[in-house]
Design a binder for this molecule. Structure first.
Ligand code: AMP
Ligand code: FE
Ligand code: FE
Ligand code: ZN
Length: 274
């Protein structure tokens, strides 16, 4: 497909669980011919600060947050947020601090030589399990970060400590306060524990001040996107498009692999919510 004048509003970098640097993602977006690409790492916008401009390509600042809905995990995209405001949100700062302290304390109580001071000295911004894993590697407990996850820190492993999950309206409010546009990510990816409740979720999102919903996504068929488009329209949400690129580990999701016209981005930015 000719991607001139098109946008991909969902890409990850190595600032979260993606493979490439933000610069490499931008170069790839330019190579495939996109007009704009959004960097949407999990829980951080720090990747944006190390980007140098790529001529002819617009970089849209973004973030992807997780929220809780009736026991299920929902993903929410935020665009054009002020990171200095957003990073101080309780769900990023306070919940993560509490979780990091609990995790370090759990390790220390088993005689493992790590401290909060050492952990925080690794990073100025958002500190999560990848940094704890890195600290364990530096201290010689493991030779790689992924070994530390597999043995100790991964879900269901002995030092897994869950992080408090905020509700959908709470996460939306934090993004709104940071001046962002709020978008429900990949609506067909959720595993609802109590029956299929997508309409109910979209209604909650619309009522929580969301501006849009991801209608075009890697591997969604035309029929799926058409039906999501109708749902978005019914709840007055702007349709958006994103590949959810992570790198070569997920070869079915490539930069520009899901895209929409630039006008989608303009409509999202112009969308006002009460
Ligand atoms: P957190 O948000 O602090 O719970 O950390 C989640 C992050 O840890 C993810 O975004 C991944 O980057 C990383 N992660 C999760 N599982 C693994 C794993 N098995 N190996 C390496 N990194 C992982
Ligand atoms: Fe991810
Ligand atoms: Fe997601
Ligand atoms: Zn994503």
């Amino acid at each position: 497909m000719n991607l001139t004048d098109r946008v991909d509003l969902h890409c990850h970098t190595y600032f979260s669980d993606g493979e490439l640097s933000p610069q490499a993602v931008a170069e790839e977006a330019k190579r495939v011919g996109l007009r704009a690409v959004a960097i949407t790492d999990h829980d951080t916008m720090e990747g944006l600060s190390e980007l140098t401009p790529v001529p002819g390509l617009e970089i849209v600042p973004g973030i992807e947050r997780k929220a809780e809905w009736g026991g299920d995990e929902i993903h929410i995209l935020g665009y054009d947020c002020d990171w200095e405001i957003l990073r101080r949100s309780p769900s990023l700062e306070r919940d993560r601090n509490e979780r990091n302290e609990a995790l370090i304390e759990k390790l220390r109580s088993d005689g493992i030589d790590v401290s909060m001071e050492e952990l925080m000295s690794l990073k100025k911004g958002i500190v999560g399990r990848p940094h704890i894993a890195l600290l364990l590697v530096r201290k010689g407990y493991f030779s790689t970060v992924s070994e530390a996850f597999d043995a100790w820190l991964g879900n269901g492993r002995p030092y897994y400590v869950p992080i408090t999950r905020r509700t959908v309206p709470e996460v939306a409010e934090e993004l709104r306060r940071a001046g962002g546009k709020i978008v429900l990510a990949h609506p067909l990816q959720y595993e609802f524990s109590e029956g299929y409740r997508l309409e109910e979720l979209v209604e909650l999102c619309a009522g929580s001040g969301f501006h849009g919903m991801e209608v075009f996504y890697s591997n969604y068929t035309e029929a799926q996107s058409a039906s999501l488009g109708k749902l978005a329209e019914r709840f007055d949400l702007c349709p958006t498009a994103g590949s959810d690129f992570h790198g070569s580990r997920r070869p079915d999701r490539v930069v520009g692999g899901a895209s929409g016209p630039y006008a989608l981005l303009e409509a999202l930015r112009a969308k006002e919510r009460p």
